[in-house]
Design a protein around this ligand. Structure first.
Ligand code: DP6
Length: 321
Protein backbone atom coordinates (compact mmCIF):
# COMPACT_ATOMS: atom_id res chain seq x y z
CA UNK A 1 0.00 0.00 0.00
CA UNK A 2 2.88 2.38 -0.77
CA UNK A 3 3.77 4.29 -3.95
CA UNK A 4 6.06 7.13 -4.99
CA UNK A 5 5.46 9.69 -7.72
CA UNK A 6 7.35 12.66 -9.13
CA UNK A 7 5.78 15.81 -10.56
CA UNK A 8 7.06 19.17 -11.78
CA UNK A 9 5.55 22.58 -11.16
CA UNK A 10 4.26 24.59 -14.10
CA UNK A 11 4.35 28.22 -15.10
CA UNK A 12 1.00 29.67 -16.16
CA UNK A 13 1.09 31.63 -19.44
CA UNK A 14 -2.62 32.42 -19.02
CA UNK A 15 -3.28 32.53 -15.27
CA UNK A 16 -6.01 31.00 -13.18
CA UNK A 17 -7.02 33.50 -10.49
CA UNK A 18 -10.24 33.20 -8.49
CA UNK A 19 -12.69 30.33 -8.06
CA UNK A 20 -16.40 30.12 -8.76
CA UNK A 21 -16.53 27.47 -6.03
CA UNK A 22 -13.73 27.86 -3.51
CA UNK A 23 -14.11 24.48 -1.77
CA UNK A 24 -14.21 22.57 -5.09
CA UNK A 25 -11.50 24.81 -6.58
CA UNK A 26 -13.62 25.34 -9.67
CA UNK A 27 -11.58 27.98 -11.50
CA UNK A 28 -13.19 31.27 -12.54
CA UNK A 29 -11.30 31.07 -15.85
CA UNK A 30 -9.41 28.61 -18.02
CA UNK A 31 -5.61 28.64 -18.08
CA UNK A 32 -2.59 27.55 -20.13
CA UNK A 33 0.79 26.55 -18.73
CA UNK A 34 4.14 24.96 -19.44
CA UNK A 35 5.32 22.13 -17.20
CA UNK A 36 8.85 22.84 -15.93
CA UNK A 37 11.64 20.28 -16.38
CA UNK A 38 14.27 19.84 -13.69
CA UNK A 39 12.16 21.20 -10.84
CA UNK A 40 10.62 18.23 -9.07
CA UNK A 41 8.60 17.20 -6.08
CA UNK A 42 8.70 13.57 -5.04
CA UNK A 43 5.81 12.27 -2.91
CA UNK A 44 5.58 8.89 -1.23
CA UNK A 45 2.25 7.79 0.20
CA UNK A 46 2.04 4.70 2.41
CA UNK A 47 -1.38 3.71 3.76
CA UNK A 48 -0.83 2.03 7.11
CA UNK A 49 -3.73 0.89 9.31
CA UNK A 50 -1.45 0.91 12.38
CA UNK A 51 -1.00 4.71 12.23
CA UNK A 52 -3.25 6.73 14.57
CA UNK A 53 -3.67 9.48 11.96
CA UNK A 54 -2.16 10.89 8.75
CA UNK A 55 1.43 12.07 9.01
CA UNK A 56 3.25 14.57 6.79
CA UNK A 57 7.02 14.66 6.57
CA UNK A 58 7.85 17.58 4.27
CA UNK A 59 11.44 18.37 3.47
CA UNK A 60 12.18 22.07 3.82
CA UNK A 61 9.37 24.57 4.31
CA UNK A 62 5.87 23.22 3.92
CA UNK A 63 3.29 25.04 1.83
CA UNK A 64 0.13 26.77 3.07
CA UNK A 65 -0.86 27.52 6.65
CA UNK A 66 -2.00 24.02 7.61
CA UNK A 67 -0.42 21.59 5.16
CA UNK A 68 -1.32 18.38 7.00
CA UNK A 69 -5.06 19.07 7.12
CA UNK A 70 -5.02 20.08 3.42
CA UNK A 71 -3.24 16.83 2.57
CA UNK A 72 -5.56 14.77 4.79
CA UNK A 73 -8.61 16.25 3.08
CA UNK A 74 -7.14 15.31 -0.26
CA UNK A 75 -6.33 11.78 0.91
CA UNK A 76 -9.95 11.46 2.14
CA UNK A 77 -11.19 11.94 -1.45
CA UNK A 78 -8.90 9.15 -2.61
CA UNK A 79 -9.73 6.91 0.37
CA UNK A 80 -13.46 7.36 -0.39
CA UNK A 81 -12.95 6.43 -4.03
CA UNK A 82 -10.92 3.35 -3.10
CA UNK A 83 -13.14 2.35 -0.15
CA UNK A 84 -10.29 2.32 2.35
CA UNK A 85 -9.93 3.96 5.75
CA UNK A 86 -6.25 3.55 6.68
CA UNK A 87 -4.28 6.67 7.63
CA UNK A 88 -1.21 7.42 5.53
CA UNK A 89 2.36 8.51 6.02
CA UNK A 90 3.22 11.11 3.36
CA UNK A 91 6.79 12.11 2.58
CA UNK A 92 7.47 14.99 0.20
CA UNK A 93 10.72 16.39 -1.09
CA UNK A 94 11.15 19.31 -3.49
CA UNK A 95 14.38 20.39 -5.18
CA UNK A 96 13.31 24.05 -5.55
CA UNK A 97 12.17 26.88 -3.23
CA UNK A 98 8.67 26.16 -1.91
CA UNK A 99 5.98 28.84 -1.58
CA UNK A 100 7.84 31.52 -3.54
CA UNK A 101 5.63 31.74 -6.61
CA UNK A 102 7.13 28.67 -8.24
CA UNK A 103 3.82 26.75 -8.12
CA UNK A 104 5.05 24.37 -5.45
CA UNK A 105 1.53 23.26 -4.55
CA UNK A 106 0.95 22.21 -8.17
CA UNK A 107 3.88 19.80 -8.03
CA UNK A 108 3.00 18.57 -4.53
CA UNK A 109 -0.63 17.80 -5.33
CA UNK A 110 0.08 16.28 -8.74
CA UNK A 111 2.66 13.93 -7.18
CA UNK A 112 0.50 13.25 -4.13
CA UNK A 113 -2.58 12.42 -6.23
CA UNK A 114 -0.66 10.02 -8.44
CA UNK A 115 1.12 8.31 -5.52
CA UNK A 116 -1.98 8.08 -3.31
CA UNK A 117 -4.16 6.63 -6.10
CA UNK A 118 -1.51 4.03 -6.91
CA UNK A 119 -1.01 3.18 -3.23
CA UNK A 120 -4.79 2.81 -2.83
CA UNK A 121 -4.97 0.46 -5.82
CA UNK A 122 -6.98 2.86 -8.00
CA UNK A 123 -6.41 2.79 -11.75
CA UNK A 124 -7.54 6.15 -13.09
CA UNK A 125 -7.03 7.76 -16.47
CA UNK A 126 -5.14 11.06 -16.79
CA UNK A 127 -8.31 13.14 -17.03
CA UNK A 128 -9.57 11.74 -13.74
CA UNK A 129 -6.14 12.19 -12.11
CA UNK A 130 -6.09 15.79 -13.34
CA UNK A 131 -9.58 16.45 -11.94
CA UNK A 132 -8.60 14.95 -8.58
CA UNK A 133 -5.31 16.91 -8.46
CA UNK A 134 -7.30 20.12 -9.07
CA UNK A 135 -9.28 19.51 -5.89
CA UNK A 136 -5.99 19.64 -3.96
CA UNK A 137 -4.57 22.69 -5.76
CA UNK A 138 -6.13 24.33 -8.82
CA UNK A 139 -2.91 24.54 -10.81
CA UNK A 140 -2.00 20.90 -10.01
CA UNK A 141 -4.45 19.65 -12.66
CA UNK A 142 -1.95 20.96 -15.25
CA UNK A 143 1.14 19.33 -13.71
CA UNK A 144 -0.29 15.87 -14.46
CA UNK A 145 0.67 16.52 -18.09
CA UNK A 146 3.92 17.18 -19.99
CA UNK A 147 4.79 20.17 -22.14
CA UNK A 148 2.11 22.76 -22.91
CA UNK A 149 -1.18 22.29 -21.10
CA UNK A 150 -4.65 23.86 -21.02
CA UNK A 151 -7.06 23.66 -18.06
CA UNK A 152 -10.79 24.09 -18.56
CA UNK A 153 -13.21 25.80 -16.19
CA UNK A 154 -15.89 23.16 -16.49
CA UNK A 155 -19.55 23.44 -15.55
CA UNK A 156 -18.97 21.45 -12.40
CA UNK A 157 -16.43 19.31 -10.59
CA UNK A 158 -16.67 16.49 -13.17
CA UNK A 159 -15.47 18.48 -16.16
CA UNK A 160 -12.86 20.82 -14.69
CA UNK A 161 -9.57 19.19 -15.69
CA UNK A 162 -6.59 19.81 -17.97
CA UNK A 163 -5.30 18.39 -21.25
CA UNK A 164 -2.01 18.56 -23.10
CA UNK A 165 -1.96 21.02 -26.04
CA UNK A 166 1.52 20.06 -27.29
CA UNK A 167 4.30 17.78 -25.98
CA UNK A 168 7.49 19.07 -24.35
CA UNK A 169 9.61 18.71 -27.51
CA UNK A 170 7.10 20.75 -29.59
CA UNK A 171 8.88 24.08 -29.02
CA UNK A 172 12.34 25.01 -27.70
CA UNK A 173 11.17 27.49 -25.09
CA UNK A 174 12.92 27.94 -21.73
CA UNK A 175 11.72 29.46 -18.47
CA UNK A 176 14.58 31.39 -16.83
CA UNK A 177 13.33 32.06 -13.32
CA UNK A 178 14.98 35.12 -11.81
CA UNK A 179 14.92 34.50 -8.05
CA UNK A 180 14.75 37.83 -6.24
CA UNK A 181 13.40 36.42 -2.97
CA UNK A 182 13.49 32.82 -1.72
CA UNK A 183 11.28 33.44 1.31
CA UNK A 184 7.86 31.84 1.74
CA UNK A 185 5.14 34.21 0.60
CA UNK A 186 2.96 35.95 3.20
CA UNK A 187 -0.39 35.25 1.58
CA UNK A 188 -0.76 31.90 -0.17
CA UNK A 189 -2.68 31.41 -3.41
CA UNK A 190 -5.69 29.85 -1.68
CA UNK A 191 -6.32 33.02 0.35
CA UNK A 192 -5.54 35.13 -2.72
CA UNK A 193 -8.10 33.32 -4.90
CA UNK A 194 -10.82 34.03 -2.34
CA UNK A 195 -10.11 37.79 -2.63
CA UNK A 196 -10.17 37.92 -6.44
CA UNK A 197 -13.90 38.71 -6.65
CA UNK A 198 -13.42 41.79 -4.43
CA UNK A 199 -11.57 43.51 -7.28
CA UNK A 200 -13.89 45.49 -9.56
CA UNK A 201 -11.63 44.40 -12.45
CA UNK A 202 -12.00 40.62 -11.98
CA UNK A 203 -15.25 40.35 -13.97
CA UNK A 204 -13.66 42.09 -16.96
CA UNK A 205 -10.55 39.89 -16.72
CA UNK A 206 -12.65 36.71 -16.63
CA UNK A 207 -14.88 37.89 -19.51
CA UNK A 208 -11.79 38.45 -21.68
CA UNK A 209 -10.24 35.02 -20.98
CA UNK A 210 -11.24 33.15 -24.12
CA UNK A 211 -9.53 35.83 -26.24
CA UNK A 212 -6.27 35.42 -24.31
CA UNK A 213 -6.51 31.62 -24.35
CA UNK A 214 -7.05 31.57 -28.12
CA UNK A 215 -4.07 33.84 -28.83
CA UNK A 216 -1.82 31.86 -26.48
CA UNK A 217 -2.91 28.43 -27.79
CA UNK A 218 -2.45 29.52 -31.42
CA UNK A 219 0.97 31.02 -30.67
CA UNK A 220 2.08 27.76 -29.04
CA UNK A 221 0.72 25.56 -31.82
CA UNK A 222 2.29 27.81 -34.50
CA UNK A 223 5.55 28.33 -32.51
CA UNK A 224 5.06 32.06 -32.95
CA UNK A 225 7.00 33.95 -30.26
CA UNK A 226 5.86 37.63 -30.68
CA UNK A 227 2.13 37.07 -30.02
CA UNK A 228 3.01 34.63 -27.22
CA UNK A 229 5.18 37.26 -25.54
CA UNK A 230 2.55 40.00 -25.78
CA UNK A 231 -0.30 37.88 -24.44
CA UNK A 232 1.76 36.34 -21.62
CA UNK A 233 2.80 39.76 -20.33
CA UNK A 234 -0.68 41.21 -20.68
CA UNK A 235 -2.20 38.26 -18.83
CA UNK A 236 0.32 38.49 -15.98
CA UNK A 237 -0.25 42.24 -15.69
CA UNK A 238 -4.02 41.68 -15.66
CA UNK A 239 -3.77 39.17 -12.81
CA UNK A 240 -1.50 41.46 -10.78
CA UNK A 241 -4.00 44.31 -11.35
CA UNK A 242 -6.64 42.12 -9.70
CA UNK A 243 -4.30 41.41 -6.80
CA UNK A 244 -3.45 45.10 -6.35
CA UNK A 245 -7.12 46.15 -6.42
CA UNK A 246 -8.51 43.42 -4.14
CA UNK A 247 -9.72 44.21 -0.63
CA UNK A 248 -7.33 43.93 1.13
CA UNK A 249 -4.82 44.51 -1.68
CA UNK A 250 -2.13 41.91 -2.39
CA UNK A 251 1.36 43.06 -3.33
CA UNK A 252 3.32 40.15 -4.74
CA UNK A 253 5.64 42.25 -6.93
CA UNK A 254 8.70 43.70 -5.24
CA UNK A 255 11.10 46.44 -6.46
CA UNK A 256 13.59 43.94 -7.98
CA UNK A 257 10.69 42.21 -9.81
CA UNK A 258 9.90 45.52 -11.51
CA UNK A 259 13.55 46.05 -12.43
CA UNK A 260 13.66 42.65 -14.15
CA UNK A 261 10.34 43.30 -15.92
CA UNK A 262 11.66 46.59 -17.28
CA UNK A 263 14.91 44.99 -18.48
CA UNK A 264 13.05 42.14 -20.20
CA UNK A 265 10.85 44.64 -22.02
CA UNK A 266 13.88 46.53 -23.32
CA UNK A 267 15.71 43.33 -24.36
CA UNK A 268 12.66 42.26 -26.40
CA UNK A 269 12.44 45.71 -28.01
CA UNK A 270 16.08 45.18 -29.04
CA UNK A 271 15.20 41.90 -30.78
CA UNK A 272 15.67 39.13 -28.22
CA UNK A 273 12.86 36.61 -27.82
CA UNK A 274 11.97 37.02 -24.15
CA UNK A 275 8.96 38.04 -22.04
CA UNK A 276 8.07 38.06 -18.34
CA UNK A 277 5.35 36.52 -16.23
CA UNK A 278 4.91 36.35 -12.43
CA UNK A 279 2.71 34.05 -10.38
CA UNK A 280 1.75 34.81 -6.77
CA UNK A 281 5.26 35.79 -5.77
CA UNK A 282 8.06 38.25 -6.61
CA UNK A 283 10.24 35.92 -8.69
CA UNK A 284 10.16 36.68 -12.41
CA UNK A 285 9.70 33.89 -14.94
CA UNK A 286 11.44 35.01 -18.11
CA UNK A 287 10.10 32.95 -21.00
CA UNK A 288 12.65 32.87 -23.78
CA UNK A 289 13.44 30.98 -26.97
CA UNK A 290 16.19 28.38 -26.36
CA UNK A 291 18.43 30.07 -28.96
CA UNK A 292 18.38 33.32 -26.94
CA UNK A 293 18.53 31.66 -23.51
CA UNK A 294 22.29 31.89 -22.84
CA UNK A 295 22.33 35.62 -23.69
CA UNK A 296 19.28 36.28 -21.47
CA UNK A 297 20.77 34.15 -18.69
CA UNK A 298 23.96 36.19 -18.52
CA UNK A 299 22.03 39.47 -18.68
CA UNK A 300 19.67 38.35 -15.88
CA UNK A 301 22.60 37.35 -13.65
CA UNK A 302 23.94 40.89 -13.99
CA UNK A 303 20.68 42.56 -12.85
CA UNK A 304 20.92 43.97 -9.35
CA UNK A 305 18.62 42.10 -6.93
CA UNK A 306 18.68 38.82 -8.87
CA UNK A 307 20.06 36.20 -6.46
CA UNK A 308 19.95 33.21 -8.78
CA UNK A 309 18.49 32.11 -12.10
CA UNK A 310 16.85 28.68 -12.43
CA UNK A 311 16.56 27.26 -15.97
CA UNK A 312 13.60 25.09 -16.90
CA UNK A 313 12.69 23.89 -20.40
CA UNK A 314 9.31 22.18 -21.01
CA UNK A 315 9.03 19.18 -18.68
CA UNK A 316 7.62 15.69 -18.32
CA UNK A 317 4.27 14.51 -17.08
CA UNK A 318 3.85 13.43 -13.47
CA UNK A 319 4.84 9.78 -13.18
CA UNK A 320 5.24 6.92 -10.74
CA UNK A 321 8.74 5.75 -9.90
C1 DP6 B 1 -0.96 32.69 -9.71
O1 DP6 B 1 -3.11 26.49 -7.79
O2 DP6 B 1 -1.53 27.73 -6.26
O3 DP6 B 1 -0.03 30.51 -9.92
O4 DP6 B 1 -5.71 26.05 -5.72
O5 DP6 B 1 -5.21 27.51 -3.79
O6 DP6 B 1 -3.53 25.79 -4.51
P1 DP6 B 1 -4.64 26.74 -4.92
O7 DP6 B 1 -3.99 27.83 -5.86
P2 DP6 B 1 -2.85 27.66 -6.94
O8 DP6 B 1 -3.09 29.00 -7.77
C2 DP6 B 1 -2.28 29.29 -8.86
C3 DP6 B 1 -2.27 30.75 -9.08
C4 DP6 B 1 -1.23 31.24 -10.05
C5 DP6 B 1 -1.73 31.19 -11.49
C6 DP6 B 1 -1.75 29.84 -12.13
O9 DP6 B 1 -0.90 28.98 -11.83
O10 DP6 B 1 -2.61 29.64 -13.01
Amino acid sequence: MSATAVASPNIAFIKYWGNIDQSLRLPANGSISMTLAGLETQATVAFDPSLPEDELHAQGAAFGSDPLSRISQHLDLIRNLAGIKAPARVDTQSNFPVGAGLASSAAVFAALTLAACAAAGLELDKRELSRLARLGSGSACRSIFAGFVEAFTGEDDGDAYAEMIAPAQHWRIVDLIAIVNRKHKQIGSTAGHSLASTSPFQAARVADTSRRLDICRQAILGRNFPPLANIIEQDSNMMHSIMLTSTPPLFYLSPPSLVVMEEVTSWRAAGLRVCYTLDAGPNVHCITHADDASEILSRLRAVSGVEEVIQAPPGNAAHLI
